[in-house]
Write a protein that binds this ligand. Sequence first.
Ligand SMILES: Nc1ncnc2c1ncn2[C@@H]1O[C@H](COP(=O)(O)OP(=O)(O)OP(=O)(O)O)[C@@H](O)[C@H]1O
Length: 133
Amino acid sequence: MAEPSQRTPDRLRPPEGLWRRRVASFGHAGRGVWSALRSEVHLRFHALATVIVIGLGFYCGITRLEWALVAISVAGVWAAELMNTAIEALTDLASPAYHPLAGKAKDVAAGAVLLAALGALLVGALVFVPRFI
Ligand SMILES: Nc1ncnc2c1ncn2[C@@H]1O[C@H](COP(=O)(O)OP(=O)(O)OP(=O)(O)O)[C@@H](O)[C@H]1O
């Protein structure tokens, strides 16, 4: 039998029933986004950028296809930043001391965020710049 400290806390134990488990999964995911938002300055910057882009979209009256491109780009940046945060946390847990592989994991995760952000910047430029010139 597991030591008390190793047992799953009650609030994390999966509830009975398929639907209850699905709803609980949404709760865990929401808690993850919220906790990352509180700890990561970059994510708060993305939140602000997302609000500005949505406002610009309405202001410029962009088309449905453009909304789809903007939505994919914004979601891509959020997903990459959340994965980066998760990898940073796991890396700090697994290797608090310096290790080249820990550095590589963090650098590669940061690279994913950079690529997603560059893609979003390109989409934003292609969609919005022509409307202002
Ligand atoms: N345990 C480690 N071993 C080796 N290199 C590390 C380690 N921790 C961090 N690094 C190096 O330092 C860089 C910065 O790491 P850090 O944890 O400060 O993330 P960050 O880029 O500041 O991210 P954020 O600002 O989102 O917290 C990493 O990209 C990596 O190159």
